[in-house]
Write a protein that binds this ligand. Structure first.
Ligand SMILES: Cc1cc2nc3c(=O)[nH]c(=O)nc-3n(C[C@H](O)[C@H](O)[C@H](O)COP(=O)(O)O)c2cc1C
Length: 165
């Protein structure tokens, strides 16, 4: 990277850090194991049919499991869930038992983990994967959706997560 492009990357990162993002935990399955990641990139795409997208790093463990046809779930995290989110975003978490000690159910249409402490959740099957720079844009058809127990939301801004009542 040249000094100029490094500088742009730094300024771009700082600019985007000012955009508040709703925090979700994305969960898939690989080889019978749960693979999860914290994201702020969950976006609704279409209502008819219901579709959503997430953007994940191409080299992340979850990115490798979201091929076309794969099933996954996203829990929109609620107020009070910062401790679980902080643990799940920890770099170098072990591959095995990623949800050990994290209360969760399993989605009926995906088999993927739905976390306790969420304010809503969706389940999806991947329909399209687009490579974009170092990330993958994963577009899914929504197969089920529902409300969680939390009323408030969890929001990320300027490198911190905080409750939004
Ligand atoms: C609040 C927050 C939001 C994040 N949003 C994204 C995201 O939208 N996409 C992404 O690829 N990684 C995102 N990350 C980073 C991932 O959670 C994770 O640290 C990274 O993908 C590590 O991959 P691994 O599971 O292979 O260790 C976010 C992290 C935090 C704390």
């Amino acid at each position: 990277m040249t000094d100029e492009s490094e500088d742009l990357t730094r300024r771009y990162r700082a600019a985007m850090a000012r955009l508040p993002g709703g925090v979700a935990v994305l969960a898939g399955r690989a080889g019978g194991r749960d693979v999860v990641s914290v994201v702020t990139s969950l976006v609704s795409v279409s209502l008819d049919p219901p579709m959503a997208l997430v953007v994940v790093h191409g080299a992340s463990r979850l990115g490798e499991t979201l091929d076309v046809g794969s099933r996954w779930a996203a829990t929109v995290m609620g107020a009070g869930s910062a401790p679980a989110v902080t643990w799940l975003a920890e770099p170098g978490r072990p591959d095995l038992g990623q949800l050990r000690g994290v209360d969760h159910d399993r989605g009926e249409t995906s088999g993927a983990a739905l976390l306790a402490g969420g304010t809503a959740w969706i389940e999806c099957v991947t329909e399209q994967v687009h490579e974009a720079g170092d990330h993958l844009v994963v577009v899914g058809r929504v197969t089920q959706a529902g409300r969680g127990s939390a009323d408030g939301a969890l929001v990320h801004r300027l490198g911190r997560v905080r409750d939004l009542p």
